[in-house]
Design a protein around this ligand. Structure first.
Ligand SMILES: CC(C)(COP(=O)(O)OP(=O)(O)OC[C@H]1O[C@@H](n2cnc3c(N)ncnc32)[C@H](O)[C@@H]1OP(=O)(O)O)[C@@H](O)C(=O)NCCC(=O)NCCS
Length: 132
């Protein structure tokens, strides 16, 4: 079942739910969140921001563990891409093979690497891009 996807403009509305899915997710006030709902339960979230021009950036994405591999992250990304025509960038930890596979299956290309981009633990980022 693909759940409904909603947009909000104030991350604080869903602070608890978003934090449970992706620690720190709710603290990007002013950015955009799309949420996947099953009934009243938040089962997926993607945070993003528009960069001006025709560019946007995915900040984080998460699906509740017991709802994974059902196309929820893909549905969230599709909705994000529909709302952000042009170029969408993201960074993902090099070791996060599951997320990299999910982004590739949604049409993102791996275009570069940022050395030691992340802390705790330090790790390279893979830069990915979608161009519609
Ligand atoms: C990565 C994540 C968001 C994927 O969410 P999801 O809702 O399970 O993803 P989807 O069901 O849309 O996956 C679509 C496709 O991506 C690929 N994929 C997704 N998760 C995968 C995994 N763990 N391993 C390998 N491929 C994976 C598969 O090709 C999958 O299609 P399939 O299930 O038919 O094989 C989820 O595992 C998650 O919340 N992880 C923790 C947070 C995180 O790492 N976020 C990304 C960095 S911000």
């Amino acid at each position: 079942m693909i759940p409904a996807v909603y947009t909000i403009t104030s991350a604080s509305v869903l602070e608890d739910e978003a934090s449970a899915l992706f620690p720190g997710a709710a603290y990007f006030a002013g950015n955009l969140l799309l949420i996947a709902l099953q009934g009243a339960e938040v089962i997926g979230v993607v945070g993003f921001r528009k960069l001006g021009g025709d560019e946007a950036e995915v900040l984080f994405i998460g699906t509740k563990p017991n709802h994974r591999r059902r196309g929820i992250a893909t549905a969230l990304l599709r909705e994000l891409l529909r709302r952000c025509p042009g170029i969408v960038f993201l960074e993902v930890r090099e070791s996060n093979q599951g997320a990299r596979a999910m982004y590739r299956s949604a049409g993102f290309e791996e275009i570069g690497i940022r050395q030691k981009y992340y802390n705790d633990p330090p790790e390279n980022a893979i830069v990915m891009k979608f161009h519609s």
